[in-house]
Design a binder for this molecule. Structure first.
Ligand code: 5GP
Length: 262
């Protein structure tokens, strides 16, 4: 499929014009960044795995009636998506306290929350995606009104329910994750859909038994074996098989994975 002009280049993905109006091609890069771009590297094969894992999760969400931007995966690194106008708010859903929540509030790492916590941050790299309140979102009209905000909040909780079950079934705890939503025009009406990606880059995933990290914290915290961890997530979800590696990159056998550090 021919790509149109580049519309946007982010830290881990590039968006190109799609073949038809209202569509785009989302390309997954191997670039990894953390701490608002202060730490940068290339993790060979990450884009391929995130493309597959995100396709798996978003297509499952589409099937249970949560509309996403995904139309179909095109190849190893690209997806055809609906072009949405991204809402400048990141929705963070947390089941277990870790990361910025523990840093900001001094909550002990690993505290299981009594119910999922939804946080909002303003999507702005220059400001470091600051945490904001519902009142900021409504005051600055990042989202139209309370009804729309409640609607998205509810979608976040439904995605969390679904994903918690999906990961738990394969021995993984869904600790937290980030979602982004966008607006599309549907029969003359504006409609909100889930956009961006859901992958080990945007989620925290811990092995149920060992609590080993199977996500981007391996990059953020220099724990090593990043690609093996992402590969392990893909293998457990049934996306890749030991005898059937999915990439032009040699991943090595998942059995040999040795995630020594937590
Ligand atoms: P924290 O606020 O603890 O740093 O992150 C909470 C969760 O949201 C983590 O799963 C993290 O990966 C995800 N997250 C938050 N902001 C971003 C972001 O800008 N990019 C990515 N890839 N993930 C994010």
């Amino acid at each position: 499929m021919n790509k149109g002009k580049k519309l946007y280049e982010g830290k881990a993905k590039i968006l190109y014009e799609g073949p038809e109006k209202g569509t785009a091609i989302q390309h997954f890069k191997d670039d990894a960044t953390a701490f608002n771009n202060l730490k940068k590297s290339t993790v060979e094969g990450k884009g391929v795995l995130n493309n597959r894992i995100s396709e798996h999760i978003l297509s499952n969400l589409n099937e249970i009636g949560i509309e996403t931007h995904l139309i179909k995966r095109l190849n190893m690194r690209e997806q055809l998506v609906r072009l949405a106008e991204i809402i400048p708010v990141e929705f963070i859903v947390r089941n277990i306290a870790t990361g910025s929540l523990t840093k900001k509030l001094g909550i002990p790492d690993g505290t299981v929350l009594s119910k999922p916590l939804v946080e909002y941050s303003y999507k702005n790299d220059d400001l470091g995606d600051p945490l904001v309140a519902r009142e900021h979102i409504l005051e600055f009209k990042w989202i139209k009104d309370e009804v729309e905000l409640d609607y998205i909040n509810n979608l976040c909780l439904r995605v969390n329910d679904f994903m918690q079950g999906m990961f738990r079934a394969v021995g993984i705890k869904l600790v937290d994750f980030k979602l982004e939503f966008g607006k599309i025009n549907h029969d003359g009406k504006s409609k909100i859909i889930l956009a961006d990606e859901i992958s080990p880059d945007t989620c925290r995933l811990w092995d149920v038994v060992s609590e080993k990290k199977l996500d981007k914290d391996r990059f953020r915290k220099d724990l090593g074996n990043i690609i093996q961890a992402y590969q392990e997530v893909a293998r457990r979800l049934g996306i890749i098989h030991e005898e059937n590696n999915i990439s032009p990159v040699k991943f090595g056998k998942p059995k040999a994975v040795n995630l020594k550090k937590k």
